[in-house]
Design a protein around this ligand. Structure first.
Ligand SMILES: Cc1ncc(COP(=O)(O)O)c(C=O)c1O
Length: 414
């Protein structure tokens, strides 16, 4: 079977398949097979959509049972039993134990749509146009979210001016740079030329931005800054939420209470399209239908989502992530970092980045790793960071086997 049909019909916009250039078919846990039967260890995880692995047995069983019984699949935002079960579970097992009192908005089923909802709502509540974000951020590709997303290649596709946002330098960008003081100056200096925003949005770990982990103090300081200045804090947990960092919400480690949280990717259980925007009840000033969408009532995704959360709790995934994180960290520091003085290691939980400081080299590493049976993506400035995101459920042996392949490839790739 050749790739003629893809080349002939599929738009030039396709991207991942250019590096991972085989026809994939089977997938279970952390193993993918192509149509020739070659196996790959998956350290990409659907860009964070498959935290509990491919075709997770527990989630799959719940989804198959639901389908077998002809339960309702599509229902816009009407009340359904699947939604009732999901909400009750989410309240009891996710919100109450964390003392969060969020309202839940089912948005269209992509991260970017849930980000759009958060931006619209923040602007509506505060009656201000501007949103602030950090340089290096990624929040999605639809126009509102794209105005935040900082990489120039994504922004280049917009076709219209990307407005009403201000990009703030991230703390890691300059030695000793005080991001909070800078933001306070923008507000206090009557010659700054910058208007007060409705909200400040950030990821606790810039994932697409090259795996930059913001420390607990910075997160706490951002929260204080937002509270003191009447600015809403939005945490975009689309990629690094769902236990990826060792707690369900990635910001739990800093003990903050964001005004709005955006979830997608792995909240869909095992790759089902699903997204949620959570916000404090007093912010819920939407008119009915004001942020609408045909696929908000994806009951199959709600079933998969609830099953994914059950699995996460029953299998103690948050603690497993912390344990496996130590394995990855020590491996990278012991075997990968010494390979070059240019390499830096960054990460938390089960998201790790190897900064090669060389985009061309990183591309070759990713291509060669794929040839050797390992799927790893790149991220960051000049795509120079090798980003490791194994499933949170990966066996220790397979995790180390994947790291061994990467080490071997990095030793040989010049
Ligand atoms: C932090 C973050 N926000 C938003 C998005 C957009 O999600 P989607 O691709 O589902 O629109 C992504 C996607 O990678 C992301 O990483």
């Amino acid at each position: 079977m050749g790739k003629r049909i893809f080349n002939k019909y599929e738009s030039n916009v396709r991207s991942y398949c250019r590096v991972f250039d085989e026809i994939l078919d089977y997938a279970k846990g952390s193993i993918i097979k192509d149509i020739k039967g070659k196996e790959y260890i998956d350290f990409f995880c659907g860009a964070g959509a498959l935290n509990y692995g491919h075709n997770n047995n527990y989630i799959k069983r719940e989804v198959m049972n639901y389908l077998r019984e002809d339960r309702i699949v599509h229902s816009l935002d009407m009340y359904t039993k699947a939604k009732l079960d999901f909400l009750e579970f989410f309240e009891e097992k996710i919100l109450i134990p964390r003392k969060f009192k969020y309202k839940i908005q089912f948005t269209g089923p992509t991260g970017t749509n849930a980000v759009e909802a958060s931006l619209k709502l923040a602007r509506k509540v505060k009656q201000r146009n501007s949103i602030w974000c950090l340089m290096g951020c990624f929040h999605g590709m639809s126009l509102g979210a794209l105005s935040l997303t900082s990489d120039s290649s994504s922004r280049g596709g917009a076709g219209v001016p990307l407005e009403n946002v201000v990009h703030i330098p991230a703390p890691y960008m300059f030695d000793g740079f005080d991001t909070i003081k800078y933001m306070q100056t923008l507000l206090d200096d009557d010659h700054s030329g910058i208007e007060k925003p409705a909200a400040f949005i950030m990821e606790t770990v810039q994932a697409e931005g090259g795996v930059h982990v913001f420390d607990d103090k910075f997160l706490k300081d951002v929260e204080t800054f937002c509270n003191e200045n009447d600015i809403l804090l939005i945490i975009d947990d689309v990629q690094v939420g769902n236990a990826r960092c060792g707690t369900f919400f990635s910001s739990e480690r800093a003990k903050i209470n964001p005004d709005i949280v955006v979830l997608s990717k792995s909240i869909g259980g095992f790759g089902m399209p699903f997204a949620l925007t959570l916000f404090k009840p007093e912010l819920d000033i939407w008119e009915p239908g004001e942020h609408n969408g045909t696929f908000r009532g994806n009951n199959l995704a709600m079933v998969a989502s609830k099953a994914g959360l059950e699995f996460m709790i029953n299998e103690n995934i948050e603690n497993e992530v912390k344990r496996k994180s130590a394995i990855v960290k020590s491996y990278l520091e012991k075997y990968i970092k010494p390979l070059s003085k240019d390499y830096e290691i960054r990460g938390i939980g089960l998201i790790w980045g190897i900064e090669t400081n060389n985009g061309k080299l990183a591309e070759k590493i990713s291509i060669n790793a794929f040839k050797k049976g390992l799927i790893v993506e790149r991220a960051g400035r000049d795509n120079s960071v090798i980003k490791l995101m194994p499933a949170l459920t990966i066996d220790d042996d397979l995790l180390v086997k994947g790291l061994d392949i990467l080490k071997d490839v990095m030793e040989k790739t010049k």
